[in-house]
Design a protein around this ligand. Structure first.
Ligand code: ARG
Length: 446
């Protein structure tokens, strides 16, 4: 046989033998981990009411079934978590956090002294506090590039405890806008981070497309853009639009083309409308929204994420941490109006999702906002929906989170009294499970 033919035969033979090999025995699947949770009262997120004495069966990281306690048989040796004296709810969702931000850093100097690594260390601690406060998912909307993406991945890997994170990159801003560092001498070169032209500051449609694409390239889940001035920035006015309608539309189109949602920071009346008309998915703050803005939000199905707790902290505590008078004055302009407009927008039927701007105030205090949501027009059940079902819808995760139903992640919290009677009990969450794993338990008998 010619040598070449021999070689071919040998090769074929080896392929054949390989194909004949019996398949390697599959690694034995570990037995599913089953946990039974007895709930004295359950608000499952699918309605405004609660049910009494039910059992939630959790298999590994998901909810398997829910049924009346009376008819549930617990197999011998089963893991049972006894929350029969508590109210059980879906894990809460905050659609507006900055896990890398600290609420004791309002002075001029620390923004130049703190490195991105310091933010990241703070973020690890803040992620844990957030989870332990009962927030099992957050949408993080602005941090150093790409702190939130890396934190999301580290939490997913199990390296550090924290909520599920829908991560943005740095907020995209015009030159001199709310996301820029302003009011320094032109002789001083002040930049936020070396690649800010790549990742955050954009002027004109082409630069916007570039920045959105670059953020997507580095793994963001969501785009955050600044459509008006802000309160805590220097040299800009919350009422003034930032970016033109064309620029906002380019950002929204580019985000959507990449399958990402886009959130716009907007306090000002006109900027809110520009953002809604551009096709942006949620308006953050929405402080000075008017009737036309509310109508447009309803028409376009745009969510409003109104952070109506943090006025207390900005005016109460932040000055002690060095907040300049300029920013105190701006907060006084928008704080009260934002709460009144929250009530108007909600009563008019605009879609609302819970978001607090955590990082402006200390992480872990997220639930303090429920009190204001109820004070300004929601029932406790509606406020909880804003932080569960509605929030899950806005972050695009309704299949997995936001309610206690079979098939969803076992993201489950409990409080010792009925939040439908007093929503403030959510400020003391005693039990937290995320993906079937218990992270906090101050309530359950075991
Ligand atoms: N990050 C926001 C800004 O600087 C905070 C606004 C807080 N004030 C309020 N009333 N929601 O614009």
């Amino acid at each position: 046989m010619p040598r070449r033919l021999l070689l071919v035969c040998a090769l074929l033979a080896s392929v054949f033998t390989f194909a004949q090999q019996p398949p390697a025995p599959a690694a034995a699947k570990p037995a599913p981990r089953i946990t039974y949770i007895r709930a004295g009262r359950l608000f499952d997120g699918t309605s405004d009411s609660t049910r009494e004495n039910v059992v939630i069966v959790v298999q590994d990281e998901r909810i398997q079934s829910i049924g009346p306690a009376a008819s549930t048989k617990f197999p011998a040796g089963a893991t049972v978590i006894d929350l029969s004296h508590a109210t059980v709810l879906p894990g809460l969702i905050d659609c507006h956090t900055h896990l890398g931000a600290r609420a004791d850093r309002y002075d001029e100097i620390s923004r130049f002294k703190d490195s991105p690594f310091q933010s990241a260390f703070a973020a690890v601690v803040n992620a844990r506090k957030t989870l332990e406060a009962g927030f099992t998912s957050v949408r993080d909307v602005g941090s150093h590039p790409f702190l939130a993406v890396d934190l999301r991945n580290s939490i997913k890997e199990g390296l550090v405890p924290g909520p599920r994170i829908v991560a943005s990159g740095p907020a995209i801003s015009i030159t001199g806008g709310h996301g820029d560092l302003n009011n320094y001498s032109p002789q001083t070169r002040v930049i936020m981070f070396p690649e800010e032209r790549d990742f955050a500051i954009a002027d004109g449609v082409d630069q916007i497309r570039h920045v959105v694409r670059a953020q997507v390239k580095y793994g963001v889940d969501v785009i955050k853009i600044i459509a008006t001035g802000g309160v805590l920035s220097k040299g800009d006015s919350p009422g003034a639009p930032q970016f033109t309608p064309e620029e906002l539309k380019a950002a929204a189109d580019e985000a959507h083309m990449a399958g990402r949602k886009i959130a716009a920071h907007a306090h000002g009346t006109q900027g809110i409308k520009n953002a809604i008309l551009a096709g942006i998915d949620s308006i953050e703050h929405a402080s000075l929204i008017d009737e036309e803005g509310i109508r447009l939000a309803k028409e376009h199905g745009t969510y409003l994420v109104m952070d109506i707790y943090n006025d207390d902290y900005i005016l109460g505590m932040a000055p002690q941490f060095g907040l300049p008078q300029e920013n105190i004055d701006k907060e006084k302009m928008v704080g009260r109006l934002q709460r009144e407009n929250f009530q108007k927008a909600f009563q008019a039927g605009a879609k609302m999702a819970f978001g607090t701007d955590a990082g402006v105030y200390p992480h872990g205090d997220n639930a303090k906002q429920f009190f204001y949501m109820v004070k300004f027009g929601m029932t406790p059940a509606q406020a909880i929906h804003a932080a569960t079902t509605n929030a899950a819808d806005l972050i695009g995760r309704s299949k997995d989170v936001g309610s206690i139903e079979p098939g969803k992640y076992a993201d489950i919290i409990a409080v010792s009294a009925d939040p439908l009677q007093d929503v403030r009990v959510l400020e003391n969450v005693g039990f937290v499970m995320k993906g079937g794993v218990v992270y906090k338990n101050l309530i359950a008998g075991k």
